[in-house]
Design a protein around this ligand. Structure first.
Ligand SMILES: Cc1cc2nc3c(=O)[nH]c(=O)nc-3n(C[C@H](O)[C@H](O)[C@H](O)COP(=O)(O)OP(=O)(O)OC[C@H]3O[C@@H](n4cnc5c(N)ncnc54)[C@H](O)[C@@H]3O)c2cc1C
Length: 522
């Protein structure tokens, strides 16, 4: 993944691309992988870094969605469970099974959730991750040693998948490139070109690093800009009626001792009727989420005070030890690109299914769904887009396409496990320069070699790219990430040929972003 080389090819190209994809999140990258692996010519444009939007800010679950079962959305759950199985098959280095325990404090909960979760097992069919079971009080405490014991009757355990969202996205970008696509970060789509009939026949893009603008002619343009889909649609149709009802969700991150075991807690009904999870992730505990309708979609959404209080209070109801603001190591916020229906007053009840919308100009927008179903969404989108653009029909091959980094025993790579097969190459970097093995901060596992790797191979351009999405330092511990910024800037500058002033500017810019991930204790 060499940005300068890909940018040069994108600027020089005169003939139309089969596909130009706008948006480098799960959906856009999925479309790029799908279309390129069918043999179409593909260019993907991302306005910031890959995964800057919602796709690095999820709950990190590869799941069918137990909650949608209660809403009776059987086909949605079945489809997601199948995709969960395919994702574990195609990216075993990134998707692992996780036990979720629903603790029971009322007499009716064991039979109620026990039966519901058996249905969940059943719907997974041959893509199952393990059978659910009703647990005694002792068995529940063995799996969740830190939960409140007062009134505890037992629990129900079921299995779902867990992943590192931004890492999967970067691996999908590499997969897209291996399949022949060009993918560019820091290159927003800023307008469209049209043919004599008024149909969109290309995209105007801007390289934010050089300020240079260029045109990319296209047989079809796919808008996969997630919660910002309507902003992109309005570049083509100023009066386009909104398609998206954005809703934000926050997560609080604590140190790993808050769960102290390998199982996650699933709370099926919080006081506001939502689902909440506390999950072990990269040695920490992630608790979330909320569902708050919002009107604007900023690149760095901020948590509301009441959301922070709500998550703390819910965690405090289940965990024995007090949970306070000063325990929070990081707070991160994502915006759901939910598809509107009716008044959209209550976003929690809006469909999590995806939608493909075609504007009169031929612009295709794909939105909704969830991370787990990105592959299926991409397949559906490419089928529609190829028909619309009268491209020769080519079958989808992603059901059995390994994601870059594919490795069945990645856990053997220790701290580098999430890199899968690439871990061996990062180990080579360390062998060549042992100083790169030094951790960048005592409370996180990341080392200098990962910064060098991110810059050389994974198109990281800034300190934030490295600390937020190539590694997950910012999401795990915002203060530690801030402390890592100067050394990260130094290593990056050496790779990218930047000077001291650039390093200072990068550290300042990163601190400005990272301060939004801190929770005040006042
Ligand atoms: C709080 C929360 C928790 C979630 N948890 C889970 C979960 O555990 N499991 C699960 O399966 N799903 C989960 N989801 C859903 C999932 O994260 C999203 O459905 C998915 O990430 C959306 O991907 P996307 O590509 O549509 O959007 P995004 O990831 O937002 O990508 C859109 C991209 O388009 C770019 N863009 C915008 N405008 C332009 C432009 N003009 N030019 C170029 N690029 C542009 C943006 O910068 C952005 O990177 C969660 C969502 C939220 C909010």
């Amino acid at each position: 993944m060499n940005r300068a080389e890909m940018l040069g090819r994108a600027i020089d190209r005169r003939e139309p691309w089969d596909f130009v994809v706008i948006g480098g999140g799960a959906v856009g990258m999925g479309v790029a992988v799908d279309a390129a692996s069918r043999g179409y010519d593909v260019l993907l444009l991302e306005q910031h870094d890959f995964g800057k939007g919602t796709s690095s800010r999820s709950t990190k679950l590869v799941h069918g969605g137990v909650r949608y079962l209660e809403q009776g959305a059987i086909s949605l759950v079945m489809e997601a469970l199948k995709e969960r199985g395919l994702l574990r098959q195609n990216a075993p280095h990134l998707v692992s099974d996780l036990a979720f325990v629903v603790p029971n404090y009322e007499w009716w909960e064991a039979p109620f959730y026990g039966v519901g979760l058996k249905v969940y097992d059943l719907l997974a069919g041959r893509y199952g991750f393990g059978g659910s079971e009703v647990l005694s009080k002792e068995e529940t405490l063995a799996r969740l040693p830190t939960i409140k014991t007062e009134g505890l009757r037992g629990g129900v355990v079921y299995y779902d998948g867990q992943f590192d969202d931004a890492r999967l996205l970067i691996n999908l970008a590499a997969t897209a490139v291996e399949q022949g696509a060009l993918v560019l970060n820091y290159t927003p789509a800023v307008g469209f070109t049209r043919d004599t009939d008024g149909f969109i026949d290309g995209v105007e893009a801007s390289d934010l690093e050089s300020g240079r603008e260029f045109r990319a002619a296209a047989r079809v343009v796919v808008n996969a800009s997630g919660p910002q889909s309507d902003l992109v649609r309005r570049l083509a149709h100023a009066d386009a009626a909104p398609l998206i009802a954005p809703s934000q969700g926050i997560h609080l991150v604590f140190d790993g001792s808050f769960l102290a075991g390998p199982a996650a807690i699933m709370v099926p009904h919080t006081t506001d009727g939502r689902v909440m999870f506390a999950i072990p992730w990269h040695g920490h505990t992630v608790v979330g989420t909320t569902d708050t309708p919002i009107s604007e979609v900023p690149l760095e959404p901020r948590p509301l005070e009441e959301e922070i209080e709500f998550v703390l209070e819910t965690a405090g109801r289940y965990l024995r030890r007090p949970v306070t603001r000063s325990d929070v190591l990081s707070v991160f916020v994502g915006v759901r690109p939910l598809v509107r229906s009716g008044t959209g007053a209550n976003t929690a009840s809006l469909s999590r299914d995806h939608t493909i919308h075609i504007d009169p100009s031929g612009l295709i927008t794909i939105a909704g769904g969830k991370w787990t179903t990105y592959r299926h969404m991409a397949e559906d989108c490419v089928d529609h887009a190829a028909t619309l653009a009268r491209l020769p029909e080519k079958p989808c091959v992603t059901r059995n396409l390994n994601v870059h980094g594919f490795h069945r025993q990645a856990q053997n790579f220790g701290n580098l496990a999430v890199y899968g097969a690439d871990a061996l190459l990062i180990q080579d970097l360390i062998r060549a320069d042992p100083s790169l093995a030094a951790p960048l901060h005592p409370s996180l596992t990341y080392c200098g070699a990962e910064v060098v790797w991110a810059a050389r191979v994974e198109m990281a351009r800034t300190v934030e790219d490295v600390l937020a999405r190539r590694t997950r330092a910012l999401f795990l511990n915002a203060r530690a990430a801030m402390a890592m910024a100067p050394e990260t800037a130094r290593l990056l500058a050496a790779e990218l040929g930047r000077d001291d002033a650039w390093q200072r500017q990068q550290v300042e810019a990163f601190h400005a972003v990272a301060s939004g991930y801190l929770v005040g204790t006042g």
